[in-house]
Design a protein around this ligand. Structure first.
Ligand code: PFF
Length: 462
């Protein structure tokens, strides 16, 4: 059967942007930035996007376009020896990411519905009495606790997965491309409105200060945790290290200028993450929430509190959480697509079936994260600190040192005159990118080990 193709140029770019922009930008980026010291982290992160994000996304694109395959098939075609199996690392990573990603996406649906049915101040109000008896726990935090785990969380996780399965099952043009063409412009338009709103808040200047003026002392003292967190976040937000961009590039028909497309995709993703920070930090400071303190719940607790307080908060909050849900959806479909393209291409499974089967298994794994937030952290830290960096590292080492000729040749297609850029790119990958990846991987493993021996083992003891 002829392989499906994107119907339009824009379709491919929007799909890649749709994959990149998601919970990573809106939920993860602000709370990791908060935890890692604000502006200092932002600086390292932006640097990483440029020096490792750009070379790494190009790598995935050339591999996908040249082989016309899913990541497992692509690597089998290109490699001999152990590198043949890199694609399987990607598929496993996809399973793990989507399992908890969908749980968080379920929360965004729930928070959208709260805006529609009760409004944030009423919903939080119901927990006021309970919170009054507790020290240091706000009513908004109790509301979050109630939503984040347990039966409700599982139901919304199921609803979200069902939508993802359906869209991916429809295929590239009828499903993914159509969906992202509606979703991405909506995300951009609504985010712009929110920035203007945040600017009017009392805590705006304090928020900008935390977010935008770096304290270099923090980088010097905390680099062992800032470095892997920034590298992991750079990969997470650009959907790198697990074959999404290989898969999406395998549906490109013509020879396009991949460098230009990459710049557009990375530019948009970074812009949206940056702008979301301009919304969230003012909102958090206005509500008196310390960034980074609420952990995975920071965004939900802080924002629900803020939306409960300010006038027009109910409508704005509803719209905000709806945008986040849409962003999550366009990313989630890209993750499932990696697994499904593998099942369709390599195992010959029919598309809708593959989508339902893989999505169903991912749903089951996700029930663990919906059961307890420690398990969500267990998966998230594994993905971000270890698996994505490992996937990217293996691909960079393999292409950089064993297959650079084909990569430069493929990059040159659709480009008028590549000049020496191809060689510069490969050397960037061979040395600086690989060094950053190796250091980040080692630190990421140590960080994960610390989590396993501290928070996680404390939880197991209960
Ligand atoms: N880039 C997505 C986000 O920022 O939410 C998340 C993601 C999608 C990560 C696809 C990894 C991936 F392969």
């Amino acid at each position: 059967m002829e392989r499906e193709r994107w119907a339009t140029r824009l379709g491919f770019i929007l799909a890649a942007v749709g994959s990149a922009v998601g919970l990573g930008n809106i939920w993860r980026f602000p709370y990791i930035t908060g935890q890692e010291g604000g502006a200092a982290f932002l600086l390292v992160y932006l640097l990483f996007i440029l020096i490792i994000g750009l070379p790494a996304i190009l790598l995935e694109f050339v591999v996908g376009r040249r082989t016309d395959r899913n990541p497992v098939g692509a690597l089998k075609q290109l490699a001999t020896g152990p590198f043949r199996y890199i694609g399987y690392v990607f598929v496993v990573t996809g399973f793990v990411i989507l399992s908890y990603y969908s749980v968080v996406a379920g929360w965004t649906i729930r928070y959208t519905l709260i805006g529609i049915t009760d409004g944030y101040s009423n919903a939080i109000g119901e927990y006021e009495a309970d919170a009054a008896g507790l020290e240091d726990v706000s009513a908004a935090a109790l509301l979050f606790d109630n939503i984040a785990t347990g039966t409700e969380a599982m139901i919304f996780h199921a609803i979200f997965m069902a939508i993802v399965i359906f869209i991916v099952g429809l295929g590239i043009r009828r499903g993914i491309e159509l969906a992202v063409k509606l979703m991405v412009p909506a995300i951009i338009a609504i985010t712009a409105v929110l920035v203007a709103y945040a600017y009017t808040l009392d805590g705006a200047s304090e928020g900008y200060e935390f977010y935008l003026s770096p304290d270099f002392g923090v980088i010097a003292s905390d680099w062992t945790s800032i470095l892997p967190a920034a590298a992991g976040q750079a990969f997470f937000t650009l959907s790198l290290g697990m074959g999404v961009m290989i898969t999406y590039a395998s549906y490109i028909g013509e020879d396009r200028n991949l460098a230009k497309d990459s710049a557009a995709i990375i530019g948009l993703d970074t812009l949206i993450a940056f702008i979301i920070g301009l919304v969230i930090f003012p909102v958090l400071f206005t509500a008196g929430v310390t960034p980074g303190e609420g952990g995975v719940g920071a965004l939900f607790i802080g924002l629900a509190e803020a939306f409960a307080d300010v006038s027009g908060g109910r409508i704005l909050g509803t719209i905000f959480f709806f945008v986040v849900a849409i962003g999550a959806l366009s990313s989630a479909i890209s993750i499932l697509e990696v697994v499904v393209s593998y099942a369709v291409d390599e195992l010959g499974v029919e598309r809708m079936r593959a989508s339902a089967g893989a999505g169903g298994l991912i749903f089951l794994l996700g029930l663990l994260s919906a059961y307890d937030l420690v398990l969500l952290d267990f998966f998230d830290l594994l993905v971000d600190g270890v698996l994505l960096v490992l996937g990217a590292l293996l691909l960079a080492a393999f292409i950089g040192w064993q297959q650079s000729d084909f990569a430069i040749d493929e990059l040159g297609k659709g480009v008028k005159d590549l000049g020496d850029w191809g060689t510069t790119w490969i050397w960037m990958i061979r040395i600086p990118v690989l060094i950053v990846l190796v250091v980040s991987l080692v630190l990421g493993i140590l960080d994960y080990w610390e989590f396993l021996t501290e928070d996680f083992s404390a939880w197991l003891d209960i």
